[in-house]
Write a protein that binds this ligand. Structure first.
Ligand SMILES: Nc1ncnc2c1ncn2[C@@H]1O[C@H](COP(=O)(O)OP(=O)(O)OP(=O)(O)O)[C@@H](O)[C@H]1O
Length: 313
């Protein structure tokens, strides 16, 4: 499938800072995460891709359109949920989203219909006639999302949509983002400074750091199997740990689990036999997946963590 975004040598220099530094990246369709610390250049990249900010050098295409020539056509086909607070407090969600639909060129009746549908999709149907000023942060984020979707775009840019949300609100927003990609078939480029949360909803993740590309990979490639097992027993974690350690197995405790380095098939047998011998109930024995966060602690492709610590006697 052709990429939805293709950037080549994108550089953006502000007087005091280089926000993007020779960024070359190609983004496939689907739900794609754009991750980087605060100031990494995520918002700048989005503004450039929307054709709102001309880069200092380099070029880019969005949905096959050139950012230098086709900014308007890009914005017709791409929705944008900005990071900053941009909602008028005195109007209702319905009035605001209808207005945004009209700005996108929809006739009045179609704009009202689309606004109602979109607000329902983002879970704001009941409250849609109340003024936005009285909304919670989560509700305001949903209004911003609704206005990005109201003109039925092929692609949406969501800039830090989980910002300011509590854990439950964050989960709901992430579920919604996943649904936009899967049920509505709209490609999504979603930014976050939290790698872990994107692991759940994205097919592909692009990581930038100081305006440079660090990685661009399918999530599967980040979260492949590691070389360690997570072992959980009902009781007797330390007894089992010591038993394995005495047999030369590399093992250390982590929370209520034991983390065991895999040294061939016999590692599994030793754990199973050890638990049986000690009459412990084995609850979990599974190969651990890499966490996407490891990318930042490990500049080369993720390797199994080295385990040197034994279980203290
Ligand atoms: N208009 C501007 N003028 C000068 N510097 C800017 C401008 N816009 C962004 N910058 C700088 O460029 C760098 C990248 O900013 P950008 O907003 O793209 O980062 P970000 O990854 O989106 O981070 P955040 O999530 O904090 O917004 C920062 O150092 C920022 O201060």
């Amino acid at each position: 499938m052709p990429p939805i975004i293709a950037a080549e040598g994108l550089t953006m220099r502000f007087p005091r800072v280089t926000a993007l530094d020779d960024l070359t990246v190609s983004v496939p369709p689907g739900v794609v995460g754009l991750v980087g610390a605060n100031g990494a250049g995520k918002s700048t990249l989005i503004k450039i891709l929307l054709g709102l900010l001309p880069p200092t050098s380099g070029r880019a295409g969005v949905l096959g359109l050139d950012i230098a020539r086709d900014g308007l056509r890009i914005r017709e086909r791409v929705g944008f949920m900005p990071e900053y607070e941009c909602l008028p407090p005195d109007v209702s969600a319905t009035e605001f989203v209808v207005h945004m639909a009209r700005m996108c060129g929809l006739p009045p009746a179609a704009a009202r219909e689309r606004a109602a549908d979109t607000l329902r999709h983002v879970g704001l149907y009941e409250e849609r006639y109340r003024p936005i000023g009285g909304y919670s942060t989560g509700m305001r984020q949903r209004v911003k999302l609704a206005q990005a979707l109201v003109h039925d775009p092929e692609l949406v840019f969501l800039d830090e949509p989980t910002n300011g949300l509590d854990p439950a609100g964050r989960d709901e927003m992430l579920d919604l983002i996943r649904r936009i990609g899967t049920e509505f078939g709209i490609s999504v480029l979603v930014t976050s400074h939290l790698l872990g949360e994107l692991e759940r909803v994205c097919d592909h993740v692009v990581i930038i750091d100081g305006g440079k590309l660090l990685r661009s990979q399918a999530v599967e490639a980040y979260t492949g199997m590691s070389g360690v097992l997570t072992v959980e027993v009902e009781e007797g974690r330390d007894v089992l740990g010591r038993h394995l350690y005495d047999q030369g197995v590399k093992v250390h405790p982590e929370g209520r689990f034991l983390i065991v380095e895999i040294d061939g098939e016999e590692t599994y047998d030793r754990i199973r036999d050890g638990a049986a011998e000690l009459e412990l109930r084995l609850i979990r024995l599974e190969q651990r997946r890499h966490r996407i966060e490891e990318v930042f602690t490990d500049p080369v492709p993720p390797q199994p963590p080295s385990i040197t610590k034994g279980v203290p006697r």
